[in-house]
Design a protein around this ligand. Sequence first.
Ligand code: KG4
Ligand code: ZN
Length: 347
Amino acid sequence: MPQCVNNLPIFNLAIESSCDDFSCSILKKDDLKISIISNVVYSQDFIHGIYGGVVPELASRNHIKSAIPAVDAALLQADIKLKDINLISVTSGPGLAGSLLVGIMTAKTLSYALKVPIAAVNHIEGHIFSPFLKREEFFPFVALVISGGHSHIYIVKSHEDIRLVGKTRDDACGEAFDKISNFLNYGYPGGKIIDTLAEKGDINAFNFSMPMEHSNSFDLSFSGLKTQVISEINKLGGPKQLRETIVFDIFACLRETIAKILYKKVLAVCDYTGIKDVSISGGVSANSRIRSIFLESSKLNALFPEPAYSTDNAAMIGYTGFFKKNIDPSKNKKIFYNLNAEPAWEL
Ligand code: KG4
Ligand code: ZN
């Protein structure tokens, strides 16, 4: 981790642009602690909502428009100047190539002009540590990352020792929420919409089976569940024929099934490893039923990020950037020039 020089704090400007949000955050590290002093997120939901999913080319073009205003807004909110920044952190993967490149080029330009180190951060690593943005960090823990592209379980023993133990074999759970919401014409992104409307439904109305419930592996799967839900809707006459109350029931049962299988798989990892602390992060971790099933459990200790830090944000990238080594471009030009988008970077 870069050290504070002469007891002066490190101001870290972080950029996240891996998908359809452009976020810039400023974090401060003094000898004792890391704090977030600003976090700006420019969402493009309203652009991609029309198409029912993210259009990569539109995402990168709109990031170009957001980049400088987001940096300016983050500096303004933090009440500091560019010259105060002494570290830059940026997401370099996984994600959409064009989107990542806009963030990386913004970060590299700032790093070059300000002559400050640049840390390349894995987006998933950012999510894993997001519950520690507002509480003290400790190890080991089990990490469940649930987002639009990920449903992954890791065992985390340190910042350098993160092991994947299970992942979805097909769709991510966020993808299942998004696709079912689209199918029923309830809008994109569907996770939050389904979460809200599920409150009005009956969790006993449908009996969706839990995917991979009886498998010995820690892997997950959500594509079959999506198909189950869609065939149930078709049996009832198709999306246009459904009464609103039936849609609410479907949403309640879908949310319940996803929450239960996630809990069950994570508990199996906890039982296997003896680890009780669990970080649950990524956009889907904002889900109220997923939160309650984990938080009410006496068998594990669930750690969630604040809802604002569940979905994509640069604060988690900055936090993780503090722990990167060999990031000074004046000492390691190769790292600086080789820093590129890594769309398929697996942890
Ligand atoms: O982490 P994230 O912001 O972006 C990715 O890295 O993918 O996650 C986005 C996903 C979307 O699938 C969205 O529908 C889902 O998070 N999401 C939710 C909720 N809020 C966002 N899913 C379930 N319940 C929510 N409350
Ligand atoms: Zn994410």
